[in-house]
Design a protein around this ligand. Structure first.
Ligand code: NAP
Length: 386
């Protein structure tokens, strides 16, 4: 008998749940990809009942989902959702969750997924309490844990968090999620690199001059002042999403498409990144802050937190030695766009001195697509290039 899957969302009244998680689950419903035996248990401290909560989700789905509300599918989807009032900062409240889950079904017939859509300081206490109240992994009971970024705020805190997690969940049941990687064009990077003869042989420092990764937003930090003050754009964007892009662009071909093989190759790239020296910080890193940042709610009036960064990084291996990877990201910039630009070198002794470099662009958002630019001649009796 197939198991019932219960997705327990901590932080069910928050931004991530409303803008991403519930719309994504609803989209699966519309596409017929959500098995019947999937329930959503929304944990929140607000004084809501199912009706109020579900009505709010409906508004969010209308606003943020790819598929707008279809009433009959929504009616089906909403029967999956249960709002469970508990304050996860109160240890005792985990009894509420425990008894709710115990009454649902036998553990053997239920696969639990705990999704922590909460601010990072709550990751560890929630995981500890799950164990404390008999909801952590045990022989014959293998719930899964999903954690959003940021995973710690430096190496030390990331290691500490990891140590706590592995006491409760095994590695194979721990998912450190970066939902960015689900974007269509990101999944295309490996396909384009590894399945096309016109790119694969050129993918190295002999032919590539530089790689530019731009990710800009027009909006500011909104109401996320508390979070942003503690992290800044380098921790928010670079160490998570953008280093994932670097590793997809730079990794060697994995042995197979198996997740472990891909992860192993990505890690090699991260390990080969050249650490920044003091000189590099001076010459290769620019930090900035948008003008009204210090007037945002919960932001220090003298804050030096960066909302923009541009940096030049190098990968110290045979394939990439000497090729700059330029990463730029920021808030409140002129346009919203994420793209990866691969700039090829000029052909030596080019017959056409006005020839431009070839460029391959992966457009990730808001538009999606792959663009290649190459030289052609102008129409007519001329050898001039376009
Ligand atoms: N938003 C995004 O697009 C995004 C993208 C990538 C990663 N993330 C990560 O996802 C996580 C959540 O982000 P978010 O933007 O959704 O944050 P958020 O809007 O601040 O949501 C936090 C949620 O936690 C709840 N909460 C806080 N303390 C609680 C308590 N003691 N008991 C029960 N519930 C409590 C809040 O409930 P109340 O409503 O009652 O305050 C709210 O539902 C963060 O780690 C963030 O870095 C978010």
């Amino acid at each position: 008998m197939s198991k019932t899957i219960s997705i327990v969302i901590f932080g069910s009244t928050g931004d991530l749940t409303h803008r991403k998680l519930i719309p994504a689950l609803y989209n699966l419903e519309v596409e017929g990809n959500l098995p019947d035996k999937v329930n959503i248990i929304a944990v929140g401290r607000r004084d809501y009942n199912d009706e109020i909560y579900i009505e709010q989700l409906k508004n969010s789905v209308n606003e943020f989902s790819r598929f707008k509300i279809n009433e009959s599918l929504w009616d089906k989807f909403k029967t999956r959702i249960k709002y469970l009032k508990m304050n996860y900062s109160v240890n005792e409240d985990f009894k509420i969750l425990k008894s709710y889950l115990d009454n649902l079904n036998s553990k053997e017939n239920n696969q639990y997924i705990y999704y922590l859509a909460v601010s990072p300081e709550h990751f560890e206490p929630i995981v500890t309490n799950l164990k404390e109240y008999g909801l952590g992994e045990m022989p014959n009971f293998h719930p899964r844990l999903v954690i959003e970024k940021p995973f710690g705020s430096n190496l030390e805190t990331a290691k500490l968090l990891n140590e706590r997690i592995v006491q409760v969940f095994s590695e194979e049941n721990t998912y450190r999620i970066d939902h960015y990687l689900g974007k269509e064009m990101l999944q295309n990077i490996m396909v384009i690199r590894f399945s096309n003869l016109m790119f694969e042989p050129l993918w190295n420092n002999k032919y590539i001059e530089r790689v530019v990764i731009n990710s800009s937003e027009t909006i500011g930090i909104g109401t996320r002042g508390n979070y942003f003050e503690n992290f800044g754009i380098i921790r928010d964007m670079v160490q998570s999403h953008l280093l994932q892009l670097v590793s997809l662009i730079a990794m060697e071909k994995p042995k197979t498409l198996n997740t472990n093989d891909i992860r192993d190759e990505k890690i090699k790239v991260l390990k080969a990144l050249k650490p920044f020296t003091k000189e590099d910080f001076k010459n290769n890193v620019v930090r900035g802050q948008y003008e009204s940042y210090r007037n945002e709610p919960n932001v220090d009036k003298a804050s030096t937190t960066e909302t923009f960064v541009a940096l030049k990084a190098y990968i110290d291996n045979d394939r990439w030695r000497g090729v700059p990877f330029i990463i730029r990201t920021g808030k409140k910039l002129a346009r919203k766009s994420t793209e990866i630009i691969i700039e090829f070198k000029q052909i030596e002794n080019n017959l056409y001195n006005t020839a431009e470099k070839n460029v391959l662009v992966f457009k990730i958002q808001p538009e999606e697509g792959v663009f290649v630019s190459f030289n052609t001649k102008k129409v007519g009796n001329t050898t001039d290039l376009v």
